[in-house]
Design a protein around this ligand. Structure first.
Ligand SMILES: NC(=O)C1=CN([C@@H]2O[C@H](COP(=O)(O)OP(=O)(O)OC[C@H]3O[C@@H](n4cnc5c(N)ncnc54)[C@H](OP(=O)(O)O)[C@@H]3O)[C@@H](O)[C@H]2O)C=CC1
Ligand SMILES: CC(C)(CO)C(=O)C(=O)O
Length: 332
């Protein structure tokens, strides 16, 4: 293993708990800033599992966890894993508590979180990151990873990707995180559909009507990105332009092709489904909303994306979890 680091998880929920747990099992000193429910979970032993057969427990006391932001003191690396709406507030806590030399990495969806951190942390080494895989908090108390892919972080000095690469968690660097984040955002357009459907990702993506809606949103977004001169990176083994075509294939053919590019287990659901279920605000504004904003700047409209965003806002306001809509309900 590369040199042992002190790694702080700034907002340990699904992603932070899972990544922080693996880093602790990999030998790093991990400190988690978390809410009481996660503090209790860690105190009881943090159980991690995955579609790849990981089944491990971070023993009580193996990592430090606290609701007090003083836990950020002494960190070499800080992984920011709050929802996008919490980024600016987390930057304030980092500015107040963490060493000036700590490398701060956003492991969040959306294209703007690293910039929000940079604005709140002037003069610090802040890097964008991208988590391609899904983590769900199961009813029996596990943090379960349900889909494939490796974490990407912005290239920079300090051997950070080597340090963060531990068993079950390869981390790579990119010099073009803008493209990587837009590539991921194209996939995240499905978060809202998954949340509206109330289905698991496996069930939802097994239905061609749902896939047609995913493809329709991607086509709208790809048109906007082309107008803006943004070339999204591949977030699957296929070029982004091919993904809508694959999604529209008949289900038996889709299963064969997609099975070669992405592993999804039967439990995985989008993080937006989890937000609706817990009555929390979603990230719709930084996902569908980012495409709408870019479209407006280029004189374009994205009717399906806007319709999906509106349905999520209604579901958020109702506070009753997933509305369990059908593809026809979404089309309107
Ligand atoms: N879940 C997933 O599968 C994936 C998520 N992502 C992205 O990763 C990011 C994190 O998502 P996810 O892990 O699901 O989010 P979670 O909401 O599960 O985790 C964030 C946690 O941080 C807590 N938190 C926020 N502020 C503080 C604070 N000041 N002190 C202590 N705890 C705090 C939150 O509590 P509270 O809710 O009370 O604020 C929450 O428990 C998002 O941008 C998401 O889009 C990317 C890929 C997959
Ligand atoms: C991994 C993926 C794409 C799953 O929907 C995700 O990013 C999320 O749930 O936020």
């Amino acid at each position: 293993m590369a040199q042992t680091k002190t790694i702080a998880i700034a907002g340990a929920g699904s992603i932070g708990g899972y990544v922080g747990g693996l880093l602790s099992l990999g030998g790093h000193e991990v400190r988690m800033l978390a809410r009481p429910a996660m503090v209790a979970r860690v105190a009881a032993g943090l159980h991690l599992s995955s579609h790849e057969g990981l089944d491990a427990t971070v023993l009580p006391g193996q990592l430090q966890v606290s609701e007090d932001s003083a836990i950020l003191r002494g960190a070499d690396i800080i992984l920011v894993t709050v929802k996008s709406g919490g980024t600016a507030g987390m930057a304030e806590l980092i500015a107040a508590e963490a060493p000036q030399g700590a490398v701060v990495i956003s492991l969040q969806n959306g294209v703007g979180n690293a910039d929000i951190l940079r604005a709140g942390l002037p003069g610090r080494d802040v890097r964008a990151g991208m988590v391609p895989f899904n983590v769900l908090q199961t009813e029996d108390g596990r943090l379960h990873r349900g889909t494939s892919g490796d974490i990407m972080i912005e290239a920079g000095p300090g051997g950070i990707s080597e340090a963060l690469s531990v068993p079950y968690l390869p981390v790579h660097e990119s010099t073009d995180m803008g493209s990587v984040l837009w590539g991921k955002l194209l996939l995240n357009l499905n978060n809202a559909l998954n949340a509206l459907s109330g289905l698991t990702l496996y069930q939802q993506l097994s239905d061609r009507d749902w896939r047609r809606l995913v493809a329709g949103q991607m086509d709208e977004a790809l048109r906007v990105l082309a107008a803006a001169g943004i070339i999204p990176a591949k977030a699957t083994p296929l070029p982004p332009k091919m993904v809508p075509k694959i999604l529209r294939l008949p289900t038996p053919v889709f299963r064969i092709v997609s099975g070669r590019m992405l592993k999804i287990d039967r439990m995985a659901r989008s993080s937006m489904w989890e937000d609706l279920s817990r009555g929390r605000p979603t990230e719709i504004g930084v996902l569908q909303g980012a495409v709408e904003d870019l479209a407006t700047r280029h004189g374009l409209t994205v009717p399906l994306i806007s319709r999906v965003a509106e349905l999520i806002r209604v579901a958020e306001a109702n506070g009753a979890g997933s509305p369990g809509l059908s593809p026809d309900d979404v089309r309107g």
